[in-house]
Design a protein around this ligand. Sequence first.
Ligand code: 5AD
Ligand code: SF4
Length: 488
Amino acid sequence: MPNSLWDVSRKYVLRTYGCQMNEHDSERIAGLLEMDGLEQTESFEEADVIVLNTCCIRENADNKLYGQLGNLKKLKEQRPDLQIAVGGCLAQKDRDIIQDKAPHVDVVFGTHNVGRATDLLAEARVRGPLIEIIEESESFPSALPVKRDVSHAAWVTIQIGCDNSCAFCIVPAVRGREISRPYKQLVDEVEALAAAGITEVTLLGQNVNSYGRDLTLKLRGAELGQDAEYLAGETWVGGSHTARPLFSDLLRSVAEIPGIRRVRYTSPHPKDLRPETITAMSEITEVCEHLHLPLQSGSDEVLAAMHRGYTVDRYLKKVHAARNQIDDLALSTDIIVGFPGERDVDFEQTLEVAAEVRFDNAYTFVYSPRPGTEAAELVDKFVSPAVTSTRMERLRKVIERSRRLGNHSRIGRHEEVVVEGHSKRDPDMLTGRTRHNRLIHFPVKRPIRPGSYALVQVTAARTFNLAGELLEVTAAPKHRTRIPVVAS
Ligand code: 5AD
Ligand code: SF4
């Protein structure tokens, strides 16, 4: 067997199906593969290793995966040395189904052992196909090597798992209990990222506002000594403080780190969004004025059946509080259409709430039954595909209208933009992101390095992006040799 470390001609394809958590895991998988000497390619024909990183939140991910595995069967027959791995939360859930349906898969691994991806591939080369799924783990994807698509921005996982029980959602079953990463470990990680030239971080978790809840129990339950500060940060240890570190504290600590210019986060749960978080967003310049607050439905009946823990009224109160306090706030959301039992009146209420809030962006999903979840049992209440598709069309129009209005309201403004690179269609055009995370295109006469900050005047708006004129480059990226590889 060739020593993979020195066998530099080997190539891998990595496909990600799913959410941001998965994208984040994929960065780690790519980092591990590259540490092992493999080079990335987009061509299946060229690849020695193909990794499909899956998500099980919605059904079409399953369909895409099994379709893809079907296509790869022939390739594997032609080239038995090709290795195929399936990872992520669908792999975690459907481990045996994958082996039954696709025996040509070499490795199946779950969400808790992303860090073992390359070891498992090496083991499978010797021992043949294998499955390794770990149910619970305290290792976080951020503690693994990384390969990022964008060099100036990084995701940082602050918690894994989820303690809620939304009736439609498979996440608690596959990602397990909520575990927060120690406070100091997070601050240290962002410091290391900043030192390496990262200027924008996105804090990731299923329910970021409950960050630290489990740390309090740990703090109370044990004599931790010096570990206490590592777990919870300085503020909450000793003195009169007995409470836990809050998400807002973390926002402040991360934003204070020299070199960090933008802090984003996703997702907060509306029931847990605290006033402290809104205040922190309004006070800290580095925290971008963008709130992604998943609504899911505009009907109190449906929200109750989903076990979301809030009413429309309480949702709207949080939106108003955020808009009142945070200057120039952009709002985005997630909405599910066709939850079991959703009647026309419920859906009409969703349309009304969406129109009232005027979301700048929304991710809309057709309800997809996930076996093992409470809602998947409500078969007699399933909404027909014909009804859901008409509802979806109507909702998309409402969202499109408010997105267009939101984009139009930017015309004439001077926006701070981080340059991401050249436009795919026109090399004289640059693309970047505003603080609201809106995509903007603008022409340039000389090259500007990705990761630069620029001031751009918005001149036109379309449904999905903005156009502008460059006013000035305000900061160039710090020279970096390598993104740090933090050993676990
Ligand atoms: N069906 C449809 N959408 C879902 N989501 C989660 N589970 C399901 C499901 N079973 C959506 C929710 C969540 C987003 C990440 O995915 O809107 O906020
Ligand atoms: Fe799923 Fe609800 Fe947890 Fe979000 S809060 S991950 S929707 S169970």
